[in-house]
Ligand binder design. Structure first.
Ligand code: IFM
Length: 439
């Protein structure tokens, strides 16, 4: 193919999250998070893995900053562990926690790398969970307090509020595969409303206290398609789109919940009763950036059951379909225009291990990244306002219920020594970043 050229000011980055890479879960006053609790229960996480050691970024962040710089990246997206800042989820901040993120941010800035901070990537302080977690409206207010602490503590331009609220709702509350581990639609959608409220409250505070900064949510968007051309499948796909995408995009961009989705939810959950006057105005506080995470399309049959159509990655939920990335970006341009998009995650796990020469030949990842970057480039040419891309992930890390068995990193982590080995995909990505071209 002809080389595809990206704009000179395009931002190339990589992403991680606190619980997945930091380790050090009991150090320097960090409180217990729902993920510590969940992972401690036998059977919840593959092989009994937990957030320790992670990739030990809590101690090895200087090395990781060098790694990011060596790859030529201009942005690093990380998340802040709320329990490091407020060990019980409220009250006086823990200075040691704040200091860690200050050091990380300073180190990045010194190397010319833009920090992009996510406030919540699923590690809710356990004490807040004990008081009802996201089902409790008060958790949104506590989140706003925590956000305010961090906004004042760190000099960062770009912020993300909640990472993938849908995954918390679906995996955490509907399917029970993530913390807090419930299988209860009734509770799930109440939690959904409060997660969105928390997003809106924090966004408003950022605007009031720090005008000039940018803030938005990080949403995992799944283009949905009917598996065949029957009217039933087409209707089901439309409703699935409501549950996957519009349930989050409509209130944030337009100030209302989609009526068809709300009707479907009302058959399962008292969510409507929890939407108080003024909530939607808060949730639709204008955002300055939208974090877009793309992994997979969702195909459904007439009964709204998922059907797998494309080849799957080691993560079985992930169907490899770059065209879905193009579709979702173009759809955002049409249905939710006006806000710059930053790709905050895109990637896949592979099973490649280092050879005797220490090389990790992850050709599948290179092919995946090339195809997805190409789809993104095409969407940009057609007007999608994408200003940056972060591969998920910088490092192999704790992949939630899959533990350390799925490696999403472009850099291999030997968990027994914590040695980092850039995979072939990292070197390939470095060349794309350096040249600004996809070949
Ligand atoms: O590892 C996760 C990340 O925490 C959130 N988005 C999806 C990734 C892969 O499953």
């Amino acid at each position: 193919m002809n080389a595809l050229r990206f704009p000179d000011d395009f931002v190339w980055g990589a992403a991680t999250s606190a619980y997945q890479v930091e380790g050090a879960t009991t150090e320097d006053g960090r409180g217990v998070s729902v993920w510590d609790t969940f992972a401690a229960v036998p059977g919840n996480v593959k092989d009994g893995d937990t957030g320790d050691p992670g990739a030990d970024q809590y101690h090895r962040y200087p090395e990781d900053i060098e790694l990011i710089a060596d790859l030529g990246l201009s942005s690093y997206r990380f998340s802040i562990a709320w329990p490091r800042i407020q060990p019980t989820g409220s009250g006086k901040p823990n200075q040691k926690g704040i200091d860690f993120y200050r050091r990380l941010v300073e180190g990045l800035v010194e190397r010319g790398i833009r920090p992009m901070a996510t406030l919540f990537h699923w590690d809710l302080p356990q004490e807040l969970q004990d008081r009802g977690g996201w089902e409790n409206r008060d958790t949104a207010a506590r989140f706003a307090d925590y956000a305010e602490i961090m906004f004042d503590a760190l000099h960062i331009r770009d912020w993300l509020t909640i990472n993938e609220p849908k995954t918390v709702v679906d995996c955490g509350y509907r399917f029970g595969s993530h913390a807090p581990g419930f299988e209860d639609d009734a509770r799930a959608f109440v939690a959904c409303h409060h997660l969105l409220l928390a997003h809106g409250l924090a966004t408003r505070i950022s605007h009031e206290r720090h005008p000039g900064r940018r803030i938005g949510p990080a949403l995992n968007l799944h283009p949905t398609y009917p598996v065949d051309d029957t009217q039933e499948a087409r209707q089901a796909a439309r409703l699935q789109d409501g549950v996957e995408n519009r349930l989050y995009l409509d209130p944030i961009f337009k100030g209302f919940y989609p009526e068809d989705t709300l009707r479907w939810i009302s058959e399962r959950s008292p969510m409507r009763d929890h939407i108080l006057e003024g909530d939607l105005a808060t949730i639709s506080e204008p955002i300055d950036i939208l974090g877009v995470q793309y992994y997979t399309p969702i195909y459904v049959n007439g009964d709204m059951e998922r059907v797998h159509v494309h080849p799957r990655a080691q993560a079985e939920w992930l169907e490899i379909y770059p065209e879905g990335f193009y579709d979702i970006l173009v759809r955002l341009k049409t249905d939710y225009p006006g806000v710059p998009l930053v790709i905050t995650e895109n990637g896949l796990p592979t099973t490649d291990e280092p050879g005797p020469d220490d090389r990790v030949r992850d050709v599948g990842r290179i092919e995946y990244l090339r195809d997805h970057l190409s789809a993104m480039h095409r969407a940009m040419k057609e007007g999608a306002q994408v200003e940056g891309y972060h591969v998920w992930s910088l490092l192999d890390n704790f992949e939630w219920a899959e533990g350390y068995s799925q490696r999403f990193g472009i850099v291999y982590v030997d968990y027994s020594t914590q040695r980092r080995i850039p995979k072939d995909s990292a070197l390939w990505y470095r060349d794309v970043v350096k040249s600004g071209e996809l070949r």
